[in-house]
Design a binder for this molecule. Structure first.
Ligand code: DP6
Length: 321
């Protein structure tokens, strides 16, 4: 059977940076995100006895070894679960530039997990699907449920999974995706996680992160935009402080990244309320209220180095299309 799936990118308010178990991808801390509505990956998977080997095509290109190995390893997990030996054909397309900090591994492995498990005849629960996606790329487990999602860190494979905490329609916030450059990041995220523990500040971050998570949940409950935005921005900068001081240290920002961050803060002083977040790359996510969306897009498009601004909002998790 051939199955086609769309899985969204997700944006974390409390980040996943550092692992308790590298192999099982158990995060050092519980974390929280929203699924985007439009930005994501479409993946088609087919298992067939006619195939002699797994083939993997991403964004129109046959995958190189490291990328292919990671996908084949995930197909092996799916085959093991189903106790089936068939080889697969995987065709995957991102509707955004890959490997520039827009979380293509999250949407990619979420889509692969749903498409692959269905194509092989499995019918996994949302929880088990998120556990499977987690094994491919940690943050991918948050792209399985819809809306506002918490990844409960757990202690082992069974207890580390994602669940919805609020529906996608709970709060109408807008998410702007500010695309700055197509230059690929220099250190892949999986290697970046390993560098985190080398930072002098890592232990301190871990001491306060559960409190921040609780606070973020309270702000969401109260629909306190300022509280949520301020905590999200501070949390993003906390994570980047770990990246900047890890072993090796990682600088994911470009000059234009900093330009956008400062513009957002300057506009805030003028009363235009929005907050930024950045993952492992140069591009910037901005959250705002619906009434400020167009004004912000207009302004962001004029910032030097901005290539494109995409309008998005909170959406559903991975689904068959
Ligand atoms: C900075 O999920 O890409 O985007 O599990 O090694 O594949 P692996 O890492 P990944 O890490 C995402 C890190 C982040 C923060 C976040 O989205 O929480």
């Amino acid at each position: 059977m051939k199955v086609k799936v769309f899985a969204p990118v997700n944006l974390a308010f409390i980040k996943y940076w550092g692992k308790k178990d590298t192999k099982l991808r158990i995060p050092a801390n519980s974390n929280l995100s929203v699924c985007l509505d439009k930005l994501g990956t479409i993946t088609e998977v087919e298992f067939d006895k006619e195939f002699n080997e797994d083939s993997v095509e991403i964004d129109g290109k046959i995958s190189k070894k490291r990328e292919r190995d990671r996908v084949v390893k995930h197909l092996d997990r799916i085959r093991n679960l189903a106790k089936v030996k068939l080889k697969a054909k995987v065709v995957s397309n991102n509707n955004f530039p890959k490997s520039v900090g827009l979380s293509s591994s999250a949407s990619g492995f979420a889509a692969l997990s749903l498409a692959g498990s269905k194509a092989i005849g499995l019918n996994l629960s949302e929880k088990d699907l998120s556990r499977l996606a987690r094994m491919g790329s940690g943050s991918a487990c948050r792209s399985i449920p819809s809306g506002w999602v918490e990844w409960v860190k757990g202690d082992d494979d069974k207890t580390s999974y994602s669940k919805q905490i609020f529906d996608k329609n709970y709060w109408d916030l807008k998410i702007l995706v500010v695309i700055l450059s197509q230059k690929k990041k220099r250190v892949v995220t999986t290697d970046g996680h390993l560098a985190a523990k080398g930072s002098l500040f890592y232990k301190t971050r871990m001491k306060f992160i559960d409190k921040d998570l609780l606070e973020v949940k309270k702000f969401i409950e109260k629909k306190d935009f300022r509280g949520l935005g301020e905590t999200m921005e501070r949390e993003c900068l906390n994570m980047h402080a770990i990246m900047l001081t890890g072993k090796p240290n990682l600088i994911y920002w470009l000059p234009e990244t900093v330009r956008v961050m400062q513009a957002i803060q300057d506009w805030r002083k003028e009363g235009l309320k929005s907050y930024f977040s950045i993952n492992t790359g140069q591009n910037v996510f901005v959250i705002c209220k619906p009434e400020d969306e167009d004004k912000l897009v207009n302004r962001l498009e004029k910032v030097e180095g901005v290539i494109e601004v995409r309008k998005d909002r909170i959406g559903k998790g991975a689904r068959i299309i």
